[in-house]
Design a protein around this ligand. Sequence first.
Ligand code: AMP
Ligand code: ZN
Length: 462
Amino acid sequence: MPLNLHDTLTRETREAFPMDGHSFRFYCCGPTVYGPAHIGNFRTFVMQDVFRRVLETSGHETLHVRNITDVDDKTIKQSQSEGVPLKEFTDRWSAFFNRDCELLNLMTPHAVPSAVDHIPEQISLISRLIEAGNAYQADDGSVYFKVDSFAKYGRLSRLADREITTDVISRESSDEYDRDSAADFALWKARRPEDGDNFWNSPWGEGRPGWHIECSAMSMKYLGESFDLHSGGVDLIFPHHENEIAQSESVTGKTFARHWFHIAHLMVEGKKMSKSLGNLHTLEDLSKRGFKPQEVRYVLLSGSYRQPLNFTFDSLKAAQKALSKLQSFAEKIQFQAGSEDSLETNFGPFQSVQDALLSDLNTPEALGRLFSLIRELRDISDEEELEAVRVGFQATCDAFGFIIDSKPQAESAPEQVQILAQQRWDAKQAKDWSTADQLRQEILAFGWTVKDGKDGFVLAKA
Ligand code: AMP
Ligand code: ZN
């Protein structure tokens, strides 16, 4: 079954497949590193992670790029006000972000380019846009993209439905602007005193790039002029992604991204969780209140990505309970998590969970199916069936990015028990289930149980 996903551009739910028939190439707009990312940001990053996991657990290869926005209005302003050089400032918050990603068990993208490291690529794109007549240098020295030079401007964000036209063109130099205006936007911003030392040389004088051109330059460098999917939170649809399409397609004449995947916001009491509203939670502050990153991950997956999700502490408590049910199921089936080097693809009895994920990443439905299944499967005792349950459970944990393990005992088993366990493992590898069952009983008679993982077994006191 293929992965069907809603596409913001066409408003259709359609198959996400690699256009080169081999590796699914996708770009996620990364964090603006001027403070800790909040769990609203992580709703988007966790959903993108599950998207990748679902592709990989259904047998696709992926090429995942997520940038770091380290030069824009916000990073410059904040580093200036703290009196810290931009690089030192953004390195600190990038490291903080990476640590949070690790705590949330996000798979590391294959490339993590930073905007500051790609200034020449951005300058080259801007030059091509000027040559093609899509951009111009204004009296203020900055270079702007001419939105009425791109006929398809506004398709992604449906400007026409909002009765916004590009007839009366204003200019906008800030990176983020009103949802209700279409404006020529800055590609290159002429040096201003408040930018301090943060300027680069260009054919148009000293200055710095605008935010939108950064993502066009980095995505096309790592994924090619046309790639499979582009993603971010819904707030990026306009103007950021609209502008990325205009810049990129004006230069290449090709479809920039074939599929647009946007994640609805995490809300707090009806308002978007955001730094500017001051209603945010970070992993760090939640961990001080005793909540673990896996519980946060669970909450973020508990609602459909198409709908806003309201964050509450009750939902975190419910996540604790749900994860402990998975934990006790793991104990019951003597499950030992394998390594995550490659994800398990064989869902076996859990296939219906993966089917829900393949159906527009329906995480709430998939979780519901998972809990029904663990009720049904927990009393299986036949070793062959149990083995299929363990493998399928591994695939399921891999798809959701849950880290569930039955806790191994510290005490080491006597040599005789270890020999029996090895013999049982060998029997199991040879699919000699009855010998494996018999050896399990012998091991039990010594007061030990054996727990199987993908790559081996561990012994624990019975
Ligand atoms: P930023 O660091 O502001 O550039 O945002 C990083 C990512 O988080 C972007 O894809 C945003 O669209 C997304 N984002 C920001 N706030 C929220 C929120 N409350 N819920 C979900 N995603 C968000
Ligand atoms: Zn971007």
